[in-house]
Write a protein that binds this ligand. Structure first.
Ligand SMILES: Cc1cc2nc3c(=O)[nH]c(=O)nc-3n(C[C@H](O)[C@H](O)[C@H](O)COP(=O)(O)O)c2cc1C
Length: 328
């Protein structure tokens, strides 16, 4: 295992804090599919191929979204230490295998918005429990849309009743297809339940899905639902989209996803994901056409006012280091 070292002028313990902030990002099934290679002049973000979900995410699209989310946290953690991060996505021969490199681009003072986002990193969590029946104000919706735009992505807010019903149909259809796919079920079961440092523990599982639910939530084997405990009737539903297809756009969308989620946290909002309709390729294609055919849907979020939920586990930053780059 590699040691934490001095990077971008930060001491090893500061580097541990920066990488720990990165690990607090959301990831599909809490697989945390990221690793880091350190050099004095750069941090490389790499995918962790041992944490792929070949049945659920055969093209590694969600793996890259997750790594993009970790990258946004990394950028914010560096800004918190006065470092302006200079990011190269898909750096190619410069850092073989890396999804991104981050170098020092000089100094940058923190603005208030960035300060709030940094504070939100440890507070954000996926909230699969029912929300209160309180609508999200228009100005908060605008703030979420702007957050996605800042990261060169698009947040589509589903307001039209017909469109909402169509999306519910897509999610339900994809959920049924995945329920009939033994390998997808096995991946879900494998990452659900008590594990050490990753996966979805019972305390984070939300409530057990029920036939009357408007939105088909993923079944993370939650404890039985208490009588009368149902989901809110009208959550804010958004589809996070990229402007084009492919790894680079997915890394951008992952950063946008995290900026949206952190912005939501600063506004007192909770969110959970409904990714099924995008994971199942033919349903994703239908959704893409329903959105007008020019945007690439990357994930679906349910947003509202939730009660507090516990944090889910993370692996330690020191366990995520690849052998350092030797500079001779
Ligand atoms: C790309 C992506 C897809 C996800 N899809 C789902 C989903 O369909 N259903 C769900 O309940 N959570 C989903 N999640 C949330 C993860 O399970 C969650 O981030 C992870 O368990 C860590 O928990 P935390 O977000 O509370 O830190 C997704 C997360 C990412 C990044």
């Amino acid at each position: 295992m590699a040691d934490m070292t001095e990077v971008l002028g930060l001491a090893a313990d500061e580097m541990t804090d920066v990488l720990t902030a990165a690990t607090l990002a959301p990831s599909v099934h809490n697989t945390q599919p990221w690793r880091f290679r350190l050099a004095p002049d750069r941090i490389e973000l790499h995918p962790d191929p041992t944490r792929r979900l070949p049945a659920t995410d055969p093209e590694d699209r969600e793996l890259r979204l997750s790594c993009g989310a970790a990258l946004l946290n990394l950028r914010l953690a560096l800004l918190d230490r006065g470092i302006r991060p200079l990011v190269t996505l898909m750096p190619g021969a410069d850092a073989p295998g890396a999804l991104a490199t981050v170098r020092r681009g000089g100094h940058r003072d923190l603005d208030e918005e960035t300060r709030q986002l940094i504070k939100a990193i440890p507070a954000r969590r996926s909230n699969r429990k029912p929300f209160r029946d309180v609508p999200v104000p228009v100005e908060h919706r605008h703030a979420l849309v702007r957050a996605a735009e800042r990261e060169r992505s698009w947040l589509h807010i589903v307001t039209d009743r017909g469109e909402r019903a169509r999306l519910q149909g897509f999610v339900a259809k994809a959920q049924r297809i995945q329920a009939d796919a033994p390998q997808v079920r096995a991946e879900l079961t494998g990452w659900t339940g008590p594990r050490t440092g990753d996966g979805i523990p019972p305390k984070s599982a939300g409530i057990q899905p029920a036939p009357q639910d408007e939105w088909a939530m993923r079944d993370f084997h939650a404890a039985e639902r208490p009588p009368g405990k149902d989901y809110e009737s009208d959550p804010l539903i958004v589809v996070l989209c990229s402007f084009y297809d492919g790894p680079l756009a997915e890394l951008q969308a992952g950063q946008a996803l995290q900026r949206v989620l952190l912005t939501a946290t600063t506004l007192g909002l909770s969110a959970s994901f409904m990714s099924q309709a995008i994971e199942v390729r033919p349903v994703r294609d239908e959704l893409r056409r329903a959105l007008g055919g020019t945007l690439e849907p990357q994930t679906v979020l349910r947003i509202g006012y939730g009660s507090p939920v516990p944090a889910s586990p993370r692996r330690a930053a020191r366990d995520l280091l690849l052998e350092p780059i030797r500079t001779t």
